[in-house]
Write a protein that binds this ligand. Structure first.
Ligand SMILES: [Fe+2]
Length: 393
């Protein structure tokens, strides 16, 4: 482990600590809200996955390219073989579980920080010279943080003026919070406690990589209290304007709306992430991608978030399993046109046979959760039972 504003940890340190982060490292990650886990997957394996993904889209020109066919950065495939393997790889899951367990939950909270519910996302190949697509924002909803009562409870210390005591890693009210009151293109039907990207090429600063504001507590307190002061920095309890929180969109953060965040100084590039390194960021963390890519090779990643098993995520898991087995896009990412190819027609797409582990099968709704595991909390046991019942086991 060495210290940077974005903590960097070696996968071996997780292995040596019985699948958990050593306390000192855990505290650094909790303060920053993000980290790079190095060496999760061997370099050669990660590059093989990239080659496999690229050859798949080459064989299937009907797959949607975003933003367009001439400069594709994101590919709308959800069930390619490499994606299935990466999501179910034992080291990927081990790292996810270590990250998931940075959160804490009361014994009765219906959440399982060990088991996960799949959220199938896409992958990216950003070529040198291409322009970045994402400005500073937070995922997991926007106005919902103020509007949904349960979501609001997550931030109760901030509302009470005790922002220093706010714990971004307390799961108790997050597990039931509603983050997509309005649907829309920025909405996500699952609760991702952490976003993640698995690097499949040499990513690094100035080469089109992701950027973070690595102070989760300060940035969250500021963004949430922003509606309570006006442009003269005076307390304003009458305003009903929520800067950057348009319904159905992610929470946008901008210099003109959030001047004291000093985004031009506080947002920094994620350190180098080589093929096989895994980058995580907290669901409330400000992030964006670099505008410019001045490197010489692709900045390529597979998006694999952490999605703890909780009531909110069970319906999603059922939908994802169905979409996987049918080879169609998951409900949050419907096709944009009739000509956009469904993977259904691709015989070379991934199947359950490509899942590498029993934990992977479980996260895809194909294997029951273990209900009577010694040492689990009441909340874990009860959510596993609910999950199994909903999935028909
Ligand atoms: Fe995002």
């Amino acid at each position: 482990m060495h210290y940077e504003a974005v903590p960097v940890v070696d996968f071996t340190e997780i292995q040596q600590s019985n699948g958990q982060f050593p306390t000192e490292i855990a505290d650094l990650i909790r303060a920053a809200g993000c980290c790079v886990a190095r060496g999760v997957i061997p370099r050669a394996q990660a590059l093989d996955w990239k080659a496999s993904l690229l050859s798949y889209v080459k064989r299937h020109p009907d797959i949607r390219r975003i933003p367009n066919d001439s400069d594709p950065q994101i590919y709308s495939t959800f069930w390619q073989k490499a994606q299935i393997e990466a999501r179910s790889h034992p080291a990927v899951i081990r790292t996810q579980v270590a990250m998931s367990q940075l959160y804490t939950a009361s014994g009765d909270t219906q959440v399982d920080l060990v088991n996960q519910a799949l959220y199938a996302d896409r992958w990216r190949v950003r070529r040198p010279g291409s322009v970045g697509m994402f400005q500073p924002h937070l995922d997991n909803g926007s106005i919902e943080r103020w509007e949904d009562e349960e979501y609001g409870r997550v931030f109760r210390k901030i509302w009470k003026g005790k922002w220093e005591e706010y714990d971004a890693w307390d799961m108790d009210h997050r597990a039931e919070a509603v983050m997509d009151l309005y649907g829309g293109p920025g909405a996500c039907s699952a609760f991702r406690s952490l976003q993640g990207l698995l690097s499949i090429d040499d990513n690094g600063p100035r080469c089109g990589t992701i950027q973070f504001l690595p102070d989760i507590k300060l940035s969250t307190a500021y963004i949430l209290l922003r509606p309570f002061f006006n442009d003269q920095n005076k307390l304003d309890m009458d305003s009903t304007y929520f800067y950057g929180a348009a319904p159905g969109q992610g929470q946008i953060v901008k210099d003109i709306w959030h001047p004291h965040l000093q985004l031009n100084k506080t947002i920094i590039s994620c350190p180098k992430a080589e093929p096989g390194d895994y980058v995580f960021w907290h669901c409330d963390l400000v992030h964006k991608v670099e505008e410019e890519h001045n490197g010489t090779n692709d900045s390529s990643v597979v998006y694999i978030p952490v999605v703890p098993l909780c009531t909110y995520n069970i319906g999603n898991l059922i939908d994802q399993r169905k979409a996987f087995l049918e080879g169609v896009p998951p409900p949050d990412m419907p096709p944009q046109s009739e000509s956009e190819g469904f993977e259904k027609g691709h015989e070379d797409r991934g199947t359950p046979d490509d899942i590498l582990t029993v934990e992977g099968r479980r996260s895809m709704g194909l294997e029951p959760f273990v209900e009577n595991e010694p040492g689990i909390t009441n909340g874990q046991k009860s959510i596993r039972e609910a999950g199994n019942e909903a999935l028909g086991f």
